[in-house]
Design a binder for this molecule. Structure first.
Ligand SMILES: NC(=O)c1ccc[n+]([C@@H]2O[C@H](COP(=O)([O-])OP(=O)(O)OC[C@H]3O[C@@H](n4cnc5c(N)ncnc54)[C@H](O)[C@@H]3O)[C@@H](O)[C@H]2O)c1
Length: 384
């Protein structure tokens, strides 16, 4: 049974955590006050998020939240450069911790977190929410079961347009020192995790290329949250991390694949696209049509052509968690996020490891991200 949940960082993704805990925390502790604290250095943002989702307290100092004995579960939803410090402090204080991706700016920074999590008796994980998409979890099960034959090739593209408008403000995301590599660490982290989720360990990065498409942006006049427009000053600041990234990879299972990440892909919104090819079949999925994936199989009569496999009550994650688990009833971003939070709370309640998006997964993903980054510009964030 959890005592009190705290969200540290009340920006765009803090809201996804808050809404998911709101939806599921009562299953693990029906007492009021379990939604304990929202913390943000911007007190107004903390107050708004707490009020929106029914958290009892607000705070502006994350160290006080971690020292609070009434808080035993912490979601770290801060800008990338703060993840390791806060996650290490929370683990040291004996909290259960869910850290946003990327776990760290580099593998060297992620390693102490990985080691601390291995030693800890509490439950911890990295936010790899896209693993909970029912269709993708089912494709993984098919790959593992050998339904598609021997894995041959995979392509994962995470393309967004949240940074396509040059009039969006300069903020932490566009600074290498605070965000690490740009599109690569922001959405490429999800793409690399998805490659590992579906095809196993990456053995090597064969090549990579990156580009900064918008070289400078205007500084904001006030605070920022997520990817929104705000009033801008006349001062420009340089963008020093990638807007687009493409990599070619080899897998330990002998297959090969590509990873594409973009934050300036006009029209893409927030699109994850996956295509998995084996000797006997191909499966493909895009977040634009989350109710189904498509699969083609090689039969004695030749390839079947792609057939649609709809979400249904028996699809991974759907049973018991979706209010209307009927065939083809759509589930989207908030549900996928909720499935992950539900699993995290279940692991805490049952005293078992959260191993589907673990801290180890965050660390191993960081090793691949470093390798991609080195391949294209030989620049990885220093160990802090
Ligand atoms: N899992 C996903 O799909 C997903 C999606 C979006 C963002 N993220 C991750 O979530 C993290 C946060 O991203 P975001 O878009 O919510 O950013 P954001 O800028 O919207 O929010 C960050 C918040 O942290 C607060 N903050 C900064 N420094 C602080 C400090 N020292 N103490 C307390 N509060 C502080 C800011 O005031 C801000 O409200 C990033 O690491 C990002 O990669 C994950």
């Amino acid at each position: 049974m959890v005592k009190g949940i705290a969200i540290i960082g009340a920006g765009m993704i803090g809201a996804a955590h808050a809404s998911a805990y709101r939806q599921y925390a009562h299953r693990f502790n029906p007492a009021p006050g379990v939604l304990h604290t929202v913390c943000d250095m911007n007190g107004m943002a903390a107050r708004k998020l707490a009020a929106d989702w029914g958290f009892a307290h607000v705070a502006t100092d994350w160290k006080k939240v971690i020292a609070d004995p009434q808080v035993d579960v912490v979601s770290v939803c801060l800008p990338n450069f703060l993840h390791t410090e806060v996650t290490l402090a929370a683990l040291a204080a004996g909290k259960h911790v869910l850290c946003e991706k990327p776990l760290a700016l580099s593998a060297a920074q992620a390693r102490p977190v990985h080691e601390a999590a291995l030693k800890a008796t509490t439950v911890s994980g990295t936010v790899f929410n896209y693993r909970r998409i029912p269709a993708l979890a089912e494709i993984r099960a098919r790959v593992v079961a050998g339904d598609l034959g021997r894995p041959v090739q995979i392509s994962v593209a995470f393309q967004c347009d949240y940074a396509a408008d040059p009039l969006l403000p300069h903020l932490w995301r566009y600074e290498f020192a605070k965000a690490g590599p740009g599109a690569l660490l922001d959405v490429g982290t999800h793409a690399v995790d998805m490659l590992r989720f579906l095809f196993g360990e990456v053995q090597g990065v064969v090549g990579a290329a990156s580009k900064i498409s918008i070289a400078e942006r205007r500084l904001p006049l006030g605070t920022t949250s997520g990817h929104g427009h705000v009033a801008l000053s006349d001062k420009m600041a340089a963008v020093d991390n990638d807007d687009v990234m493409t990599a070619l990879l080899r897998f330990a299972n002998g297959a090969q694949g590509t990873m594409t990440a973009s934050r300036v892909a006009v029209g893409s919104g927030n699109r994850l696209t996956v295509e998995v090819m084996g000797t006997r079949g191909t499966a493909r999925f895009t977040t634009e049509t989350p109710s189904y994936y498509e699969m083609a199989l090689l039969t004695e009569g030749g390839p079947t052509g792609f057939q649609r496999i709809m979400n249904r009550p028996g699809s991974p994650n759907i049973g018991g968690l979706v209010a209307v688990p009927h065939d083809s009833v759509a589930v989207g971003y908030s549900e996928w996020f909720g499935f992950m939070i539900h699993e995290f709370l279940t692991c805490i309640a049952e005293g078992r490891a959260f191993d589907n998006g673990s801290i180890a997964d965050g660390y191993h993903t960081a090793i691949v991200l470093d390798a991609i980054q080195r391949e294209c510009c030989n620049k990885v964030p220093p160990l802090t």
